[in-house]
Design a protein around this ligand. Structure first.
Ligand SMILES: Nc1ncnc2c1ncn2[C@@H]1O[C@H](COP(=O)(O)OP(=O)(O)O)[C@@H](O)[C@H]1O
Ligand SMILES: O=C(CO)[C@@H](O)[C@H](O)[C@H](O)[C@H](O)COP(=O)(O)O
Length: 386
């Protein structure tokens, strides 16, 4: 939802026949710059104008990436006249839109978008030389963006298509049954999310040092989100490191074997004094603070100790961003756990259960695609065109 890609209007894709059914293939498009992109360092971000928004701008956010390209690859930017998140691109191609349309959820994720006035910071951006023609039009999530211009995978031509939602908001919508639920997703990264009461309005100025951001949800409500950049990817890095060390030592081992053995070892090692702060990738609010290992004693060096400490560290890092007691103050009564890094790792589940002062349950259909479908069904069911 923070990422950006570019394309040429009218040449973004080509519809071809795959067997009997039409499919579209990308044509004059750029690669995707994702939320994980690290090209905008602290110095570069500090050189950007201050947004008129409650959300600050971090590396991997669409507008920061465009600013970077403007400074470092202006010729690249000149080759395109449309931009959006990758899901905005898909909607634009499906419907043959000449101008991309974006939900305020994705616009807020790009930065330089004011959720109160529902508008881009056009003046600030123009003054900084930003190519404002690349900013999509914005509409409310749940609105229809257009109709399919072709039949597509059994979906008939002329079917209404909703404007793309933020993937985080769509995942939350799929599983947050009540306002007293919080959602904890641990996949590549981690998000801990709680819903704010309907009258809640975030402060009007951005605070780059704040670990909790307020992302727009539906009907002018907000989600409080602690989005950590260090989740399952840290475990994946650890596994990759071990596999590489083994290869350097002349031994071959599959990553899947390492995952299962290390989880098994840590499951038997119920506690450890080893402390790992797992922020290998920094955090948006503390980009330069990297990972560390402390309290290393000779008795805590086994694979079980290290894996337990790593899993605990991921949960503790999240707690340092959004103390779990704060959730209690917001009225949270239950945590819904989701994400493949969590569902596949018993030790991470134990550490979550140990740290949260609430019951943790695991959703069956926690999925952005399910959330997007539910939004369109529930919010448009009574509209005339259905
Ligand atoms: N065999 C495994 N056992 C346990 N955890 C795994 C295994 N393989 C991957 N993971 C964890 O799941 C995380 C998410 O993996 P993946 O499914 O590839 O990504 P995503 O869910 O973000 O698309 C990885 O970062 C890693 O921590
Ligand atoms: O960064 C945030 C929220 O700020 C995430 O929602 C991010 O944009 C990603 O879309 C999500 O992390 C989902 O990706 P992944 O962890 O499943 O790879």
């Amino acid at each position: 939802m923070h990422g950006v890609m570019f394309w040429k209007t009218g040449q973004g894709c080509e519809w071809t026949k795959a067997g009997a059914a039409p499919v579209f293939e990308p044509r004059a498009v750029s690669h995707l710059v994702t939320w994980q992109d690290g090209r905008c360092g602290s110095k570069f971000l500090a050189s950007l104008p201050r947004p008129e928004s409650h959300l600050s701008v971090a590396t991997g956010f669409g507008c920061a990436t465009i600013f970077w390209l403007l400074k470092n690859s202006p010729e690249f930017l000149k080759s395109y006249d449309a931009a959006g998140t990758i899901h905005d691109y898909v909607v634009a191609m499906l419907c043959g839109l000449t101008r991309p349309l974006m939900s305020d959820q994705n616009a807020a994720s790009w930065g330089y978008f004011n959720t109160r006035s529902q508008s881009w910071n056009l003046e600030i951006l123009r003054d900084a030389g930003f190519p404002v023609h690349l900013l999509p039009d914005v509409t409310e999530p749940g609105n229809v963006a257009g109709r399919t211009s072709q039949a597509w995978f059994e979906i008939p031509k002329g079917t209404p298509v909703g404007v793309a939602l933020g993937d985080l908001q769509a995942s939350v919508y799929s599983c947050m049954a009540q306002r007293t639920d919080a959602v904890l997703n641990i996949s590549t990264s981690v998000q801990l999310v709680a819903s704010m009461p309907s009258g809640f309005r975030p402060a009007q100025t951005p605070d780059p040092a704040a670990p909790v951001a307020y992302f727009p949800y539906f009907d002018r409500t907000y989600l409080a989100v602690a989005a950590s950049l260090n989740g399952g990817n840290v475990l994946a890095m650890f596994v990759h490191m071990l596999v590489q060390w083994m290869a350097d030592l002349g031994l071959e081992v599959e990553e899947s074997t390492v995952y299962s053995r290390m989880i098994q070892a840590a499951a038997q090692q119920r506690d450890t004094c080893l402390t790992i702060t797992p922020t290998v990738l920094g955090e948006r609010h503390l980009p330069d603070q990297l990972a560390s290992v402390t309290s290393i004693s000779s008795s805590d060096l086994s694979l079980g100790h290290v894996t337990r400490a790593l899993c605990r560290g991921i949960v503790q890092n999240l707690h340092s961003m959004l103390p779990f007691q704060q959730l209690q103050e917001w009225g949270v009564e239950r945590v819904i756990g989701s994400g493949s890094a969590l569902s596949r790792n018993e030790v991470l589940k134990q550490e979550v259960q140990r740290a949260f002062p609430f019951p943790v349950s695991y959703g069956q259909d926690v999925d952005a695609a399910v959330g997007a479908a539910l939004v369109m069904l529930q919010r448009n069911l009574n509209q005339q065109e259905y």
